[in-house]
Design a protein around this ligand. Sequence first.
Ligand code: PMT
Length: 401
Amino acid sequence: MLKDKTILLGITGGIAAYKSAELARLLIKEGAAVQVVMTANAEAFITPLTMRTLTGRPVYSSLFNPSYGSATVHIDLAREPDMVVVAPATANFLGKIASGIADDLLSTVLLAVDLQVRPVILAPSMNTAMFHNPAVRDNIKLLRQRGYIFADPLAGVLACGDVGEGRMVEPGQLLLLIKDKLSARADYSGLTVLVTAGPTREPLDPVRFFSNHSSGRMGYALARAARERGARVLLISGPTALEPPPGVDFYPVESAREMYALVMDKFSLADVIIKTAAVADYRPEETYAQKIKKSGDLSIRLVRNPDILQELGSRKGTRFLVGFAAETENLQDNAHKKLAAKNLDLIVANDLTREGAGFAQETNKVSLLYRDGRVEELPLMTKYELAHLILGRIRGLMVDI
Ligand code: PMT
């Protein structure tokens, strides 16, 4: 169930820290990779050696440890996992996260985690009086509003002898919550997402065509991520070497005009339309029935293809429409113009001049340009991570509508 999943397990300084060893063991038994980050106080309760032995990975605890190899270990750690679990989470730690304080490795990692890409579960553990203190109540309320998930503590006899709420949930229960949240990030359930992907091919004769370098990776990552989040997904794709993600309705096409026809046929079913495809703007005016023979120079007249996104912009109604822009110069200017001209809600601008961005790469580096003029510059990340991030942003904007 947790195969291929990486969980960052944060441990803070509470007596329940011993339970995190059992949690790590259960997660590993389920196939997850577990990366532990401990606070200095946690090390007073449980040793890094215990966690290292259980997880088979080095345990991180310091912001400035040259032996880690990376000077930005807090960012690396924030970007690797599928989920972050802090167990136990002390009153002090909740207060720091609520206030944006980052004064050690774990709190800094938490500040760097994007909640729209990875869920964060907090498992509080503290004395009853502390748990009911208005400052702690306010912090928990605020954190819930921001999207943190709480594994609420249980009532019972506490380590200090008091009886009441504050005992950290048992590792087995926490495991169920982790599995539940990882399998059911269902913020798109009940919604239909139409994604176009890949290049188009514009035939010249039976053996030649005009096309581009799109591999389909970005669009397929979006289709996969939307399906994982519970959407019905319609994937309309030009020719690629990729397998369609499981569970999506797949419609292969070749040319821009075929893509146009299918998109126009299907778009009314969709709540969200994401146009990742690199559609050829031009096609040969004439498609020759036989292979063109060599004889001197050849001129080919190209004519405009339909602009699918433009047409969708004029017909979209209340649908959320996302375009992509692949640019080699004046990235934001050109993307802004497309956003306005095509009546988009969001445009994702790839800077094709940046290393690791754009066509055929596993990674991408983009800016998100919103209708209200905001621009969000994103770091280099995998296309799959970016897909989840984009879907998170879209969902956030749809809730606002
Ligand atoms: O497939 P990969 O290898 O993973 O690469 C991903 C990508 C670089 C192809 C992708 O991230 C991307 O940027 N896709 C859009 C590329 C593009 O065609 O940009 P454009 O600026 O030419 O078009 C702008 C928008 O209009 C796009 O949403 C495009 O789908 C749409 N369009 C363009 C022309 C046309 N005739 N009809 C359209 O709908």
